[in-house]
Ligand binder design. Structure first.
Ligand SMILES: Cc1cc2nc3c(=O)[nH]c(=O)nc-3n(C[C@H](O)[C@H](O)[C@H](O)COP(=O)(O)O)c2cc1C
Length: 196
């Protein structure tokens, strides 16, 4: 068995990772080389049948505001009674972080690999992105928000009919110290199997 040299920092990361809030994020975000590394980590996930049933959409720089305009218009169409504050919030959603990565699940019926397993693999991709960004020293959060479930925004994002947004990963620098939340007691979740 290959022994990792540096298990302590890996275990520290696994035990302590927590999200930042996209609401409290600022720059800088990952540079080009770091983004490459994040994507290399992202695709290193279990993937039954080697289908790579996921892909990425990257928002950086001006694309965030351009997409924000589409978000604002869509929000207005969905909620014609909402005022300027709500519209501005929708329009500024992606400006909260310097980098947003959309993880798209491209799961599709397959003769051997259930769609469920392909979707789980997309979840693993999202998790690897969180670990990679955290290990590089960035703050990050996995969100979906309303736009992951909206047909209009799916068209703006260029999703095909069988594709779903598994996550929007906001990556940046924490503008405030990260707060942890109470974690479940893992022992309370474990049952030892006995013959039924
Ligand atoms: C699929 C998925 C979608 C999520 N969408 C949102 C969201 O839209 N908004 C939000 O505030 N948190 C969302 N969360 C929760 C955050 O990712 C995160 O769990 C939360 O901020 C607590 O941070 P933690 O990672 O330290 O537990 C989502 C989580 C998952 C797994």
């Amino acid at each position: 068995m290959t022994q990792l040299n540096d298990t302590r920092s890996i275990r520290d990361l696994l035990r302590s990772r927590k999200s930042a809030s996209a609401k409290a994020m600022t720059g800088p975000g990952p540079a080009a080389g770091e983004l490459d590394e994040i994507f290399r980590c992202a695709v290193r996930v279990p993937d039954h049948g080697k289908l790579a049933p996921w892909r990425f959409i990257l928002w950086e720089g001006e694309a965030r505001a351009e997409f924000g305009e589409a978000l604002r218009q869509r929000w207005q169409a969905l909620h014609p009674d909402h005022g300027p504050e709500a519209l501005a919030f929708a329009g500024n959603l992606f400006l909260r972080a310097p980098v947003v990565i959309g993880v798209v699940s491209a799961a599709a019926p397959h003769p051997k690999i259930p769609v469920w397993e392909q979707q789980l693999s997309a979840g693993a991709v999202c998790m690897n992105i969180l670990y990679a960004a955290t290990a590089l020293g960035y703050a990050c959060q996995w969100n979906t928000d309303w736009l992951a479930y909206d047909e209009g925004m799916a068209a703006v994002m260029g999703l095909k009919p069988h594709e779903k947004l598994a996550g929007l990963i906001y990556i940046g620098t924490a503008a405030a110290p990260l707060e942890d939340r109470p974690r479940p007691d893992p022992q309370a979740l474990v049952t030892r199997w006995r013959p039924q």
